[in-house]
Design a protein around this ligand. Sequence first.
Ligand code: GLU
Length: 299
Amino acid sequence: MYIGRFAPSPTGYLHIGSLLTAVASFLDARSNQGQWLVRMEDLDPPREMNGAATAILATLEAFGLHWDGTVVYQSQRYHLYQDALLKLRSNHQIYPCYCSRKTVQTEARGEGIDGLLYSGRCAQLPLEEPPVSGKASAWRLKVPSVTIAFTDIVQGKQIQQLDQAVGDFVLLRADGFWAYQLAVVIDDAEQKINHIVRGQDLLLSTPRQIYLQKLLNFPQPNYAHVPLLTNKQGQKWSKQTCAPALDIKQREQLLRQVLKYLQIPTAPTVDNIADLLKWGIQHWQLSRIKPQAINTEQN
Ligand code: GLU
């Protein structure tokens, strides 16, 4: 049974870029007679926006993107992440890190794909050493010299030398919040997700996730990273680039636009949004999706 998902972070309203990802994952699931789950990735309260989670769900409903089962909230699943962390700790695959941001910066051993590479200083601390008093630690994963290769259905073959690209990365932050990389792997496994269709901005995170899947003995889902939508300047539409929130009144036009980006032939006149989605399901072909970003402001 195909099980897919859409996993928005409630940091803002849905915009055309997130609608594309939602529709792509929905069409892929439904055209494979699969289930389509929605998971709210509310792991980072400082970055979240009040009311965004409710608004996102209402927008999905308004676009006829009805999900299976009940929506899962990551903020209610800390126990699962804690269990996984304990498992990794008993296998000596993680260590507490007491370094300040400044130490991480000044001692970095290089530049990775997502920022500086951690020096590994705290990996040297003897494990029985008591925590630095009064200071909470982050927990980092030990990343040995390992190459992760996988084939993305849209983006093709990917290879990443994990220690050079990301180094020992954080699973639990010193402020007590869980890192996306750990939570996403645990939830995808726990929800038995076997097909992940999401935005291309997460392509470079995938090797970290595959490595964690291996350590935790989880099956590896299929991955398809769909192109990002960009503005005139070629920047990804996001909250930072002031992507306009979706206007529900324009939903047919917006959905038609997204279907076009997804290489679906123009649909005939329809009575309702459900018929437009039905057309999308009938004509969906993942193999037709091009890997390149799409500029939505170019004629
Ligand atoms: N929550 C992530 C985001 O909104 C997506 C995570 C995923 O699809 O793996 O960017």
